[in-house]
Design a protein around this ligand. Structure first.
Ligand code: HPA
Length: 283
């Protein structure tokens, strides 16, 4: 993980990716959405204008995680232009932090103003059981490299970006009202990213709770940091797939995570649709 990101190479790759998209379409997304485990189907609900497999984007990482397709889908949620990363890449797949955040940066370069992250997570409070939806109010990065490490990409953002309010208050209000409209109880909490891929031990979960976290997962924080660096407004929702290790007698498994994600998908999709539809220019 200590590799030095070469700024020139990274910007060149990002520009090559942007050019590859631009050869296909002049679509300018407003919202950049990354779909977590089990949510890939949401991309099919868009009024699509283009679909670009990650293989066609130079230097673009390929998703190997279960339930992640590996496609950039461009289209509309009502009249809001959205770029969907159908399938995300994780640090645990062996990608460098710069590779993990390359898709988010590309969408910023294509004109996105809002980054909306979704993920599956383990709940660390008794009321955060399988199937709950939790809106992120803040995050903690734990043993995960900062994606901005290395020479700063000045074209995208400043060297020392502020992280006082990563998860935008206005977007949180939109999410809350979309949840109310759908009769969804939207929990709130702090998400902690660990590197994975092993799940946590019960002792680690006690440590993370002491650090102030409510839910634990293996994504999102590095992406949110890169998105803030690039000046995007950010919001994120976790689908709680399980109680974290030690909080229930059951062992954790990827199958359980996907099953919970699939079960929660209809509610999650309704929340996504109605909140994104409200993320118009003037809000
Ligand atoms: N820990 C980390 N990541 C996860 C979990 C968990 O318990 N559940 C789903 N993703």
């Amino acid at each position: 993980m200590a590799e030095k990101t070469n700024k020139t190479d990274e910007m060149r790759l990002l520009r090559d990716c942007a050019d590859a998209v631009r050869r296909r379409t002049d679509f300018t997304p407003r919202v950049a959405l990354v779909l977590g485990s089990g949510l890939g189907g949401f991309a099919d609900e868009l009024r699509k204008t283009a679909e670009i497999p990650y293989e066609e984007l130079p230097g673009f990482p390929r998703s190997t995680a279960p339930g992640h397709a590996g496609r950039l889908v461009l289209g509309y949620v009502e009249d809001v232009p959205v770029a969907v990363l159908q399938g995300r890449v994780h640090l645990y797949e062996g990608y460098s932090p710069a590779e993990v955040v390359r898709p988010v940066r590309l969408l910023a370069m294509l004109g996105a103003k809002i980054f909306f992250a979704t993920n599956a997570a383990g709940g660390m409070r008794p009321e955060l059981g399988a199937g709950e939806l939790m809106m992120l109010t803040d995050h903690v990065s734990c043993f995960v490299p900062n994606p901005l490490r290395g020479e700063n990409l000045d074209e995208l953002g400043t060297r020392f970006p502020d992280m006082t309010e990563v998860y935008d208050a206005g977007l949180r209000e939109i999410l809350q009202s979309a949840a109310e409209k759908n009769g969804i109880e939207l929990r709130r909490g702090v998400y902690v990213q660990l590197p994975g891929p092993s799940f946590e031990t019960p002792a680690e979960i006690r440590m993370l709770a002491a650090l102030g976290a409510d839910a634990v997962g293996m994504s999102t924080v590095v992406e949110a940091v890169a998105a803030r660096h690039a000046g995007l407004r950010v919001c994120a929702v976790s689908m709680i797939a399980n109680l974290a290790a030690g909080l229930s007698p059951a062992p954790l498994s990827a199958e359980e995570v996907l099953a919970a994600a699939n079960a929660a998908a209809p509610r999650f999709k309704a929340l996504l649709w109605d909140s994104i539809a409200r993320m118009k220019e003037d809000e």
